[in-house]
Design a protein around this ligand. Sequence first.
Ligand SMILES: O=C(O)C(=O)C[C@]1(C(=O)O)C=C[C@@H](O)C=C1
Length: 307
Amino acid sequence: MNYAYLGPAGTFTESALLQVPGAADAQRIPASNVNVALSMVREGAADAAMVPIENSVEGGVSATLDAIAQGESLQIVSEILVPITFVLAVRPGIDSLEQIKQISTHGHAWAQCRLWAEANIPGAAFTPASSTAAGALALEEADPPHDAAICSPLVAQERGLKVLVSGVEDNVGAVTRFILVTRPGRIPQPTGVDKSTLILPLPEDRPGALMELLEQFTARGVNLSRIESRPTGKSLGEYFFSVDIEGHVAEERVAAALSGLHRLSPKLRFLGSYPAAQGLEASVDTHNSDAAFSEARAWVQSLRDRV
Ligand SMILES: O=C(O)C(=O)C[C@]1(C(=O)O)C=C[C@@H](O)C=C1
């Protein structure tokens, strides 16, 4: 196996990848952005890609949500959670916060440190970097493009960067969720604590259309753990929904919800069922259990057999 990931080395995405069994000894290919990492999988240059999808403070990572919703189909095979803490690393010659005029980091990291930055370096101009590690590595250049970078403590330590302040995040205990993506293939076996990800286009723009889709989950006792709307990019006001549900397609109630959704929105995209990184086994009412579904199906069949 070889793995593409949002690079360069030292990103939080690489920390997530290193949690995948075997990845530490496998070939790891840094990509300059999420689209490049996913294209490498689509084109066969990588077997899998690790990309960020959701942060507990900043919400969904739009680049990933959009890239997996369109283009050739991909499949999520696992998810990894990484606790997030940031340090403020500076270029040589910077000894105080007042000297910082230019700062860089990944947009998602900046959003997680905005209040700290407003209070402590109010005059500093922000330039987005392709990742936290890319912003930090630029500090090593002969003539760095910025005075400071917000990055992981690990990359600062590994590169021997000068850290002026640690723990600059606004929310202690933040977590980012990453997904491991492959070309469509076998779906991981259910573990009892699983998630499934779907892309749901609204079949038509009319009152109650979203409600009808959501009812498919409610009626089968399927819990949603994330729902986000994203523009399709085609015209103003045209959106699709990116949804995570608790449960595995091998479970009857999930399969029944999917089949109802497919009738309402035939262009829906199933992005995979995979083990949840945390959580409890979904509590399923007796009437939504696999046994209740098979019994009901057998009963209806017995009636249809008499036709
Ligand atoms: O820049 C990195 O190090 C990343 O792995 C990307 C990313 C993200 O996209 O959210 C990952 C974790 C942090 O929340 C900040 C940035």
